[in-house]
Design a protein around this ligand. Structure first.
Ligand code: ASP
Length: 345
């Protein structure tokens, strides 16, 4: 009897194609590093460094897709690179809260299963996106916050660091500036520091045709008492389903109120809008009308993508099946479209 089972298992494993051998489709990974690009503050050295790390994140994510791995792996790999780089407001280099701490938020969503994981207000987890993924895969929950999330990180063996790891002098000075502007009674819309959206995010389409999305952030400079923005809120800063994947960056309170990421996907589903049309409507009409600003990356199941934003620039880039990364920073820089015009999606 045992022998029979073994034979059946061997035959079955021969009959079932491996992941690698599944009919390969086109893959694409689209990333952002925040819509808070202030051109006058960029040194040539910063510019070179930011372009290089965006390309690295794209290549690391692409390695996963090229190996036939799921979109979720590409999203996780790309975000991990961006979290480790101090130029972005996520992981190392995160912005400071009002009382001088770093509190990190992240979320992930798998479009194939609609499973999601999120964490908020963590302060020792080196890569919050890995903890969000553990919440999704290793717990019965979708979201964990604060001390509970830290305990879960320890249980799961997720790397933890001294909170001082996240500190950079630039972010500390931004907090000092924000405190000064606040003391002078400036309104939020006039605050220089409010413009530093540096959240990171990624959306991917794998060779099996599945989508995923993820976002990671330090939130907003000078945020108060357990403030949580849109990035870890499924439907606000992150959303993915079978047809659409979105990651946002910007003034989080408005993204939450607009249910921005979900609204973009809903417009694509119900109004049959393209990623470009749905992204433009939410990012350039609905959110500014409420008083907010920022950007988003949007990817459709046919590989068409959009990167709408209403600020001076958004760190952004994509990589397709050919493994060639395309990166842009400013609003007057064009990214090539994907799939290329005239190509069969
Ligand atoms: N959306 C983030 C937040 O409000 C900030 C950002 O995009 O940089 O927490």
């Amino acid at each position: 009897m045992k022998k029979l089972h073994l034979c059946a298992a061997v035959l079955l494993s021969l009959a079932v194609p491996t992941l690698q051998a599944a009919t390969p489709g086109d893959s694409v990974l689209l990333i952002h590093g925040g819509a808070g690009v202030v051109r006058s503050e960029m040194t040539p050295a910063d510019e070179v460094a930011v372009r290089a790390v965006l390309e690295l994140a794209l290549r690391k994510g692409h390695e996963q897709l090229a190996a036939g791995k799921p979109a979720l792996d590409a999203v996780t790999a790309a975000i991990t690179v961006l979290e480790d780089d101090p130029h972005f407001n996520a992981g190392k280099g995160a912005v400071f809260t009002h009382d001088g701490r770093n509190e990190l938020d992240s979320s992930l969503m798998d479009g194939a299963t609609l499973k999601a994981g999120a964490v908020a207000g963590v302060h020792t987890v080196k890569n919050p996106v890995l903890l969000a993924r553990a919440v999704m895969e290793k717990s019965e929950h979708v979201m964990m916050v604060g001390d509970g999330a830290e305990i879960f990180a320890k249980e799961q063996g997720i790397e933890q660091v001294d909170p001082a790891y996240f500190r950079t002098e630039k972010r500390w000075q931004q907090l000092q500036q924000a405190l000064k502007e606040e003391a002078a009674g400036q309104a939020h819309a006039d605050l220089e520091t409010a413009k530093h959206f540096g959240t990171v995010g990624a959306v991917a389409l794998d060779r099996q045709g599945h989508l995923a999305a993820g976002t990671s952030t330090g939130g907003m400079t000078n945020k108060r008492y357990g403030r949580v923005g849109d990035s870890p809120i499924i439907g606000a800063g992150t959303y993915a389903n079978a047809d659409c994947a979105v990651s946002g960056t910007g003034w989080g309170e408005f993204y939450i109120r607009a249910a921005a990421a979900h609204d973009i996907c809903a417009r694509m589903a119900y109004l049959k809008e393209t990623p470009q049309q749905a992204g433009e409507a939410v990012i350039n009409q609905i959110i500014p009308k409420l008083g907010g600003d920022g950007g988003a990356i949007v990817l459709g199941a046919d590989g068409s993508l959009a990167t709408p934003f209403n600020t001076e620039g958004m760190y952004r880039g994509w990589i397709g099946s050919d493994g060639v990364p395309h990166v842009a920073l400013y609003s007057d820089e064009k990214l090539p479209s994907h799939p290329p015009a005239g190509a069969k999606p």
